[in-house]
Design a protein around this ligand. Structure first.
Ligand SMILES: [Zn+2]
Length: 498
């Protein structure tokens, strides 16, 4: 049965949303969590494996100290308390891409507990409370072959790649996030964005969502306005872009609102997010903790981070992204509003890099916020995923500044770079896109005056309003490459001169 989906805002007039976000971060260590295998992305399948990460009998794990270091740094940056003593646990379940049939994770003794992250949404601050940050090993990856969707349904066979098995993975779990109202989707996106920037600043992960090194499970439930008991939640798994986090929340709010309005119950289950349609569909029903038969991992020694070592790590933390952004805005003269706009559009880093590549701050902001964000929205991607780099934008800006390009030509060049035609200078060369030189312009101006003596006479008589057709003729003669303002000046000069 199909239920008409009411719009997001309509649902949130009647229901209060409660969110929960579980974010998985692949740490950027050189080797895996319990063995010396490489963690480099994109290698031939099953070339970065050994007896430990393949779970062969008799092999014994040894914990990677850098992974502990990184996890503690993440916990400290999120204002967590660091456990003085904790253990890994075995999470038992069968999955073809998990060769040991259990995952080494943390259960009731996470390394970092009770923190928070403040996020800004259109000038209002929301405090997102963190329940825990724990360390675990990633699984391998199954590839389902022979079907059209890449999913197991319709596939003829499956292949498994264990290169990812054993890569250290940090899971950051929020407490339930209530009180966001209509801004639930924006808060979810802002939280993941802020978390990504914080992790990047710490240097603990490359945080590439499109490669899966940062991925998010999005929990959503609704309760009637004024109620205090949370509704039943759904958990949308492995959402892997910032835009999709927002869309997943919106879709689940609308889907659950329609069910509740229709007198139906929301089922507690995991769901898949579909990038193409922005919808979710049911996955498996949700396991409970007891289904996993957790027990302490007997092959690993407990973790006991020394307090003075933790204090040293705390003292070495970089400035938080919110502070870095504010400093960046002050340095380059951006207003609060401009900073908020750039933050919301996810282009602060791009503007920063464009300035670093030589562009004036206003020009860098103008290109990203005033033009490229729109192009990214049209394409349904993040601005950072566009096929143009800050250095290329800085180059186009420099060519505008020195008069080689008009604004119109600059946009044409940017479009050509986006279309994969190469570097700005090569594009300009290939198309012959250059602002008309002064000599060419003077010739076009004289020709335009000679061709329309009656209009020229009117202008000479003081009727400047008659100048339009002459400017048009100059633009036409130069194939639109003339600077219109300069053409106007020259026409007036020549006409005044005789
Ligand atoms: Zn290994």
């Amino acid at each position: 049965m199909t239920i008409a989906t009411p719009p997001y805002d309509d649902v949130l007039d009647r229901y209060d949303p409660v969110l929960g976000l579980e974010t998985h971060v692949e740490l950027g260590t050189v080797t895996k969590l319990f063995c010396g295998c490489s963690t480099v992305f994109g290698a031939e399948p099953n070339t970065q494996v050994c007896p430990v990460c393949l779970g062969l009998p008799g092999s014994l794990p040894v914990t990677n100290g850098t992974a502990i270091d990184y996890t503690v740094r993440i916990g400290l940056a999120l204002h967590c308390r660091i456990a003085e003593w904790c253990r890994f646990a075995r999470k038992n379940y069968f999955y073809p891409d998990m060769p040991k049939n259990y995952q080494v994770s943390q259960y009731d003794e996470p390394l970092c507990i009770d923190g928070y992250l403040d996020v800004d949404v259109d000038g209002d601050e929301f405090r997102i409370e963190i329940e825990r940050v724990h360390l675990e090993e990633d699984t391998g990856k199954s590839m389902h072959v022979g079907g059209s969707t890449g999913r197991i349904h319709g596939a003829t066979h499956s292949l498994v790649d264990y290169n990812r098995a054993g890569i250290p993975l940090v899971e950051i779990v929020t407490k339930p996030i209530a009180g966001t109202g209509h801004r639930a989707a924006a808060v979810a996106k802002a939280y993941v964005t802020e978390l990504r920037d914080l992790l990047r600043g710490l240097g603990v992960s490359d945080v590439r969502m499109e490669q899966g090194s940062l991925r998010c499970d999005v929990n959503v439930s609704l309760m009637p306005k004024g109620a205090t008991a949370y509704g039943t939640r759904s958990e949308t798994k492995n959402v892997n872009s910032l835009r999709s986090v927002e869309r997943a929340v919106r879709y689940e709010v609308e889907r659950q609102g329609a069910r509740l309005d229709g007198g139906e119950r929301v089922v507690q289950e995991t769901r898949h997010f579909h990038e193409d349609s922005g919808t979710t569909s049911p996955g498996r029903s949700k396991e409970e903790a007891q289904d996993y038969r957790y027990f302490p991992e007997p092959d690993l020694v407990p973790l006991a981070p020394a307090p003075d070592w933790v204090a040293q790590l705390e003292a070495s933390l970089p400035e938080p992204p919110s502070v870095a952004r504010r400093r960046f805005a002050t340095e380059h003269g951006f207003s609060d509003l401009e900073l908020t706009q750039m933050t919301n559009a996810g282009v602060v880093d791009l503007v920063r890099e464009t300035i670093a590549a030589g562009a004036a701050p206003g020009k860098a902001r103008g290109w990203w916020l005033g033009y490229l964000v729109g192009r990214a929205n049209d394409a349904g991607v993040e601005a950072a995923s566009l096929a143009i780099t800050p250095a290329q934008i800085a180059r186009v800006g420099a060519l505008e500044d020195d008069g080689t390009l008009t604004n119109k030509l600059a946009r044409q060049v940017v479009e050509a770079v986006l279309a994969g035609e190469g570097e700005p200078d090569a594009v300009i060369e290939a198309h012959g896109w250059k602002v008309a030189g002064e000599d060419e312009l003077v010739a076009a101006v004289d020709a335009a005056i000679a061709a329309s003596p009656d209009i020229a006479a009117k202008v000479r008589d003081g009727n400047q309003g008659a100048l339009g057709p002459l400017v048009g003729a100059v633009m036409k003669a130069t194939g639109g490459s003339a600077d219109a303002k300069r053409a106007r000046e020259l026409l007036l000069e020549r006409l005044a001169g005789g």
